[in-house]
Design a protein around this ligand. Structure first.
Ligand SMILES: CC(C)(COP(=O)(O)OP(=O)(O)OC[C@H]1O[C@@H](n2cnc3c(N)ncnc32)[C@H](O)[C@@H]1OP(=O)(O)O)[C@@H](O)C(=O)NCCC(=O)NCCS
Length: 441
């Protein structure tokens, strides 16, 4: 009875998670080790359950141990450089056969529907296709990786079309080039790029351990991308196989989190039910890598001057931003907004009032590791809101290398002679910046 009431209680409480996950895109990495494990059939059941609850699923599968076994079976040497396989024409033949057979087996597992099994009535469609464009990795330190490639592009739209038709999409670690060649890719690379291209809600990575384990042997249940990156450097010293799979997954999680994949989960492939516990309970089961609560946009203070100087120094050196001394920044700090991530300033921007109706947007800079993830847009919206609050109706910007970025955000070119008088007097004719204006609505 006790068990039954616990079960009912858990089931009721899971409804908020069911609502939150419905219609969201989850990308799941199934490494070759995951597929080979005896728990894989349970993972298939749990993935089926997610699909039944309306989650849009993209499964990316790898095949590392299976490929190793097939190559060794064919008497071929396993060639690696810096942990990455070197793929020649002969081994690619065997890799294609191995991956093709694995994809068919995975499809078969999702096609089961025996009565008295969790798959009964699921009626799942699995779609596959040429969603991944690849390019050769090339020659590194004199070593030619030949047919080992990296992801060049993901056809997110085509994947979405299949998801919208209620299919599960299965992607392998092979990619195709516009020249018609096939490239062997790392499944972690494919999963990360797919999650980023689809702006997935979650990237789920199955690992041999419960998640990421700290030096004390305890599970680390949450990490920000910055913490995860630091930990990666520490753990990289350890050579054990189990750790390496976890490290590759952790590195994929850091990359995806920094590019707007909301949550990345590392969970055990050996632990029956780990996926369900991670997604439907507050405590979770593995390690969550997420920027949630770790990053905030706020008004700058005098204490941020050092961080801003550090952020803008390389951009000043490249001539993208005009030089600002520490004294000037201290005097003008009230015009600045910053994005702080765990004590580090990763972005800044300023709005200077020019006259009664206009202000100037200046010194907008995002740290290079965090660019192209919407932070520039986020800052622009905050500056425009600030301008409106001050009663301004127009904002101008002068730029040498970022004209199109501003134009795509509603700015229009104007002549220097049309700038507000104060700005015209200060215009630096040597920099030859272009001027743009935006009317605030
Ligand atoms: C320009 C900058 C502020 C944009 O911020 P961000 O957070 O990286 O960018 P967002 O995520 O908001 O926008 C990304 C888009 O901007 C585009 N973009 C980035 N830099 C660009 C540039 N210099 N010119 C035109 N477009 C640019 C990207 O290609 C991307 O386009 P897509 O979505 O079509 O692929 C940032 O890249 C930066 O700090 N650059 C260096 C400093 C600089 O140029 N400051 C402006 C001085 S006036």
């Amino acid at each position: 009875m006790d068990n039954l009431s616990q079960y009912i209680d858990w089931f009721r409480h899971s409804s908020s998670y069911i609502n939150a996950h419905r219609k969201k895109v989850f990308v799941v990495l199934l490494t070759g080790e995951t597929i080979a494990h005896e728990n894989f059939s349970h993972i298939v059941h749990d993935i089926t359950l997610l699909h039944s609850l309306g989650v849009k699923l993209v499964l990316v599968h790898g095949a590392r141990p299976q490929i190793n076994a097939a190559l060794s079976g064919a008497g071929q040497e396993l060639r690696y450089h810096k942990g990455l396989r070197i793929t020649d024409t002969d081994s690619l033949q065997i890799i294609k056969q191995t991956i093709g057979a694995m994809a068919i087996d995975i499809e078969a597992q999702f096609s089961m529907g025996l009565a008295n099994s969790p798959m009964h009535g699921a009626d799942i469609k699995v779609s596959r296709g040429n969603f991944i464009t690849a390019r050769p990795l090339g020659i590194i330190e004199g070593v030619d990786y030949a047919l080992t490639g990296v992801v060049r592009k993901v056809n997110a739209e085509a994947i979405l079309q299949h998801l919208d038709k209620n299919s599960i999409v299965l992607v392998s670690n092979l990619g195709y080039s516009p020249t018609g060649e096939v490239f062997n890719l790392s499944a972690e690379d494919v999963a990360t790029e797919v999650a980023m291209a689809m702006q997935a809600e979650k990237l789920i990575l199955f690992v041999p351990q419960r998640g990421v384990m700290g030096k004390d042997g305890q599970l680390i249940s949450t990490l920000s991308p910055v913490q995860a990156d630091l930990l990666l450097k520490e753990l990289a010293q350890d050579e054990s196989v189990a750790r390496n799979i976890t490290l590759e997954s952790l590195s994929a999680a850091v990359k995806a989190s920094n590019k707007n994949v909301h949550r990345c989960h590392l969970i055990s492939f050996a632990d029956n039910g780990a996926l369900i516990q991670e997604l439907f309970t507050r405590e979770g089961n593995g390690t969550l890598v997420s920027k949630d609560n770790f990053e905030w946009l706020r008004q700058a203070t005098i204490n941020d001057v050092g961080g801003i100087l550090e952020l803008i120094a390389p951009l000043e050196a490249a001539g993208i931003l005009v030089h600002r001394s520490r004294e000037l920044l201290e005097a003008e700090i009230d015009y600045f907004k910053v994005i702080e991530m765990e004590g580090m300033i990763i972005a800044c921007a300023a709005i200077y009032p020019l006259d009664e109706e206009s202000g100037e947007i200046a010194c907008i800079a995002i740290h290079k590791n965090y660019q192209e993830s919407g932070r520039g847009d986020h800052l622009m919206r905050a500056l425009e809101k600030e301008a409106r609050k001050q009663g301004l109706t127009k904002v101008i910007v002068l730029t040498t290398q970022t004209a199109h970025w501003f134009m795509e955000r509603g700015f229009e070119p104007i002549a220097i002679s049309d700038l507000p008088a104060k700005k015209q007097q200060m215009y630096n004719y040597q920099r030859k910046s272009k001027a743009f204006i935006k009317t605030l609505r």
